[in-house]
Design a protein around this ligand. Structure first.
Ligand code: G6P
Length: 488
């Protein structure tokens, strides 16, 4: 069996079945998009689930990547994926916006499935290979993999928030999860605050020492090794968005979208997975009230809300969809005219070309997440605005806010503040739009996804090489940008 020097382990493979069920196509998700350029370069292997229960597949090659499918039974999907990952960890780590459910049978499935992923990764990796584990579905894999293959260099990146200790400590398996993550040489987070929350949980729960970004972890042989826990904010392949935005057919499509909406003076846009973390209800409430107050009319502005289907068998998502669709129906019923609509609601997923056309058509982009690891849509929007126009309204609770201070930052819980900001965005003079958009675009272009993966992987190799030395954390830290003190 062929083994790779670079292996990504993620819950999902980077491909989906084509609609005819015969072939495969690259899936559109943020993680896949983020890692696509890295994989292309490294000719690595990717271990993950193909997205359907009870399907057994042999490893296969797709677009230069060796794909290693991990099989999940219907019960695994229910307990490990829908249960522990998306009904325990997801709500807990997003500040309990929805109530997390703690079920022992789900935890047992999570342990069992994490072991399966670790075994598949151990088999796919060559001697001294680098393995990069992705996200909250696989928090136990770093430790399990280190036990199976001590020769490997192991990185882990956490794409979602890591909560404050007071919330994290609810988790009945809080020690095991921390120990699982600490199996990695480098544990990457989106925000400095996430890395700080993690270090604090480690100090409180495990009593391990932390110094700057380094954590002293017992090596099982009486000594210690140092793991690095640090922020590496993820980004997008900015150039690919710029190229799409320059295409005449996509610019034409943007015009058609405007015309299709009756050429309102302004278009507002929301693009989200249909998830309770995204603040879609808050956005609809603010928009509905602006129409009610007469501060906006449907001839003036239309809100286009793309809400792509997600996790449709988890109760909280079923309920959310009902609530949103009822709200959209009410607002449209109250304010639509025969020619114009208040909200064009699209419960669908679109290819990247159509997304860029929407970004080009949108005068105002609304990102009102109540909590979000990063929010790549905010970055995709600004990368696509090659005309340096358009306004990004961005929640301060999205990781992207740390880097995108030139957006109009909002607290989505403050509906009056959100309404005022939407009005301000709709009325913003072109010169101010240009000044803000240029600053945002510079940031996204200067720190794209290749920088993200290179910085993470450089830190990983540098750190692993020196990890035997007790001073490794401090040394590596000193060589990284924006050193941060995680010990407070
Ligand atoms: C978030 C997570 C990813 C996940 C994606 C889609 O971005 O960080 O790990 O893949 O949502 O969710 P799904 O449950 O469909 O994989």
């Amino acid at each position: 069996m062929s083994q790779a020097d670079f292996v990504v382990v993620a819950n999902r493979l980077p491909v989906d079945r084509t609609p005819d069920g015969e072939g495969w196509r690259r899936s559109p998700g943020g993680l896949v998009t983020a890692l696509e350029p890295v994989m292309r370069r490294a000719e690595g292997a990717w271990v993950g689930w193909a997205g359907q229960p009870d399907v057994s597949l042999e490893p296969f090659d797709f677009d230069g990547t060796h794909l290693v499918p991990v099989e999940l039974s219907a019960a695994d999907v229910q307990h490990y994926y829908e249960g522990f990952s998306n009904d325990t960890i997801w709500p807990l780590y997003h500040d309990v916006i929805a109530e997390p459910t703690y079920k022992r049978a789900w935890w047992e499935a999570y342990v069992r499935v994490n072991r399966r992923f670790a075994e598949a990764a151990a088999a796919a990796a060559s001697e001294k290979a680098t393995v990069w584990v992705q996200d909250y579905q696989l928090q136990l894999v770093p430790k399990l993999l280190r036990e199976l293959r001590p020769d490997l260099t192991i990185g882990y990146f956490h794409h979602i928030p890591f909560p404050a200790y007071g919330l994290y400590s609810q988790l009945p398996w809080r020690k095991q999860v921390l120990e699982g993550l600490l199996g990695a040489d480098v544990i990457g987070f989106q925000r400095v605050a996430d890395a700080g929350n993690f270090a604090r949980a480690v100090r409180r729960q495990l009593r391990y020492e932390t110094k700057a970004s380094g954590i002293s972890v017992p090596d099982g042989q009486g000594g210690t090794r140092v793991a690095l826990a640090k922020a590496f904010p993820i980004s997008i392949d900015a150039d690919s968005y710029i190229e799409l935005a320059q295409r005449p057919d996509i610019q034409q499509r943007a015009k058609e979208i405007r015309e299709g909406l009756g050429n309102p003076r302004k278009i507002l846009l929301g693009v989200d997975r249909l998830d309770y973390t995204k603040g879609i209800r808050h956005r609809l409430k603010a928009w509905g009230e602006l129409l009610e107050d007469g501060r906006a009319t449907v001839e003036d502005a239309t809100l286009v809300q793309v809400a792509s289907p997600s996790r449709e068998r988890v109760d909280a998502y079923v309920q959310l969809r009902d609530e949103i669709e009822m709200t959209v129906g009410r607002i449209n019923g109250d304010y639509d005219s025969t020619t114009h609509t208040a909200i064009r609601y699209l419960h669908q997923s679109y290819p990247r070309e159509e997304m860029v056309a929407l970004f080009l058509a949108a005068d105002v982009m609304l990102v009102t997440a109540l909590r979000d690891g990063m929010n790549l849509v905010a970055k995709e929007y600004v990368a696509s605005r090659i005309d340096n126009r358009g306004v990004l309204v961005l929640s301060e609770f999205a990781g992207a806010a740390d880097e995108m201070g030139s957006a109009l930052l909002i607290n989505p819980h403050d509906i009056d503040g959100l309404k005022d900001t939407i009005v301000r965005a709709l009325e913003m003079p072109a010169a101010e739009q240009g000044r803000r958009m240029r600053a945002l675009r510079t940031r996204v272009r200067d720190h794209d996804v290749e920088d993200w993966s290179r910085e993470f992987l450089d830190a990983l190799s540098a750190f692993h090489d020196r990890a035997s030395s007790a001073t490794a954390a401090a040394e590596v830290d000193a060589n990284l940008d924006e050193p941060e003190d995680a010990s407070s």
